[in-house]
Design a protein around this ligand. Structure first.
Ligand code: SF4
Ligand code: SF4
Length: 94
């Protein structure tokens, strides 16, 4: 897939948001993390550092790529699951 095709596919994304987060981030662990790999790695920019040294995470527009879980170096910081059936991201590209 080319970058152009990738971006076109991302633009077709629809998010069928479940009321319960499928990814949970432990803010206490993140507070001690100095590397913050998730901030630069998440293609949807869902991890945002705060001025107080924490991390704000919103799951609603997640692409379910798994990158945050792979790059995070702190054990237990991210609990990752797919959304419950029928929820989550849907791509409409034909
Ligand atoms: S999710 Fe992982 S990489 Fe991101 S701030 Fe928390 S501990 Fe650090
Ligand atoms: S699974 Fe992908 S899109 Fe979702 S929060 Fe993690 S890195 Fe971001």
């Amino acid at each position: 897939m080319t970058l152009g095709n990738f971006l076109e596919t991302m633009e077709t994304a629809e998010f069928r948001v479940h009321p319960e987060a499928h990814i949970v981030v432990d803010g206490a662990i993140c507070a001690d993390c100095t590397t913050r790999e998730c901030v630069v790695a998440c293609p949807a920019n869902l991890f945002v550092p705060t001025s107080a040294g924490g991390i704000v995470f919103n799951y609603e527009q997640c692409f379910e790529c798994g990158t945050c879980y792979l790059v995070c170096t702190q054990a237990g910081a991210i609990t990752w699951n797919y959304p419950a059936g029928g929820h989550g991201v849907v791509f409409h590209r034909t």
